[in-house]
Design a protein around this ligand. Sequence first.
Ligand code: ADP
Ligand code: ADP
Length: 232
Amino acid sequence: MISLERVSKTYGTGPRAVQALSDIDLQVPKGTIHGVIGLSGAGKSTLIRCVNLLERPTTGRVIVDGAELTAMSASDLRQARHQCGMIFQHFNLLTNRTVFDNVALPLELMRESRRTIRERVMPLLEMTGLTDKRHQYPAQLSGGQKQRVAIARALASRPKVLLCDEATSALDPQTTTSILALLQEINQQLGLTILLITHEMEVVKSICHRVGLISGGRLVEEADVGDFFTAP
Ligand code: ADP
Ligand code: ADP
């Protein structure tokens, strides 16, 4: 579903250039949850942002659901990005919009009708346990509720892939557990492919099928989660 082929990313040029990713090869099969773990500065955030081309790789190919994003025109890319929902550590909600209107945002951008928007948003609010909160604003919500809004918003365009950028790093352990359970439900019930990056072992252990370790911009190890954590 997601395929990165020899992806490299350099920020800047000349003596101040930073090689953030080097020759990343990554395959994430349809319907799986794949984790990439690494220390701060290892290149995790750059890696996940290269999947939907929020960052453009300097070299290499990115293919999502059979379409090569790195070969697309800007307008095709805008369309293709609807295949990739994304959630972030700090939620990135719009503070002046209600819960409903935050979730509706991608559909408004796709110029869906008010009726379609309502038909799509209400079930997502139900699934994420936010129906009663739909009139509230982000400032009135807990961290976990905000992340639920962000998840519902990420799903609004019916993506095939969900990208999670340190999605639980700002949450307490109990809230983390409930958000991870929701991601697992989304994987199992909607069949979404999930790629997540994290610096937290527990996240990877609890929901990932397969794990990669990134260090100095290179994927240095990859294994099924059971093998990855087996003591030598
Ligand atoms: P991680 O998410 O694992 O902390 P990042 O992908 O954020 O790692 O960063 C990888 C490397 O790229 C680091 O050395 C970081 O300083 C550098 N980097 C990240 N973003 C930029 C940027 N916009 N401009 C220059 N260097 C960057
Ligand atoms: P209530 O009857 O309590 O106002 P509704 O279920 O009618 O609740 O609406 C819930 C929220 O959804 C409201 O904030 C409303 O503004 C919003 N809403 C309903 N339909 C749409 C739509 N088509 N587009 C955008 N927002 C909508």
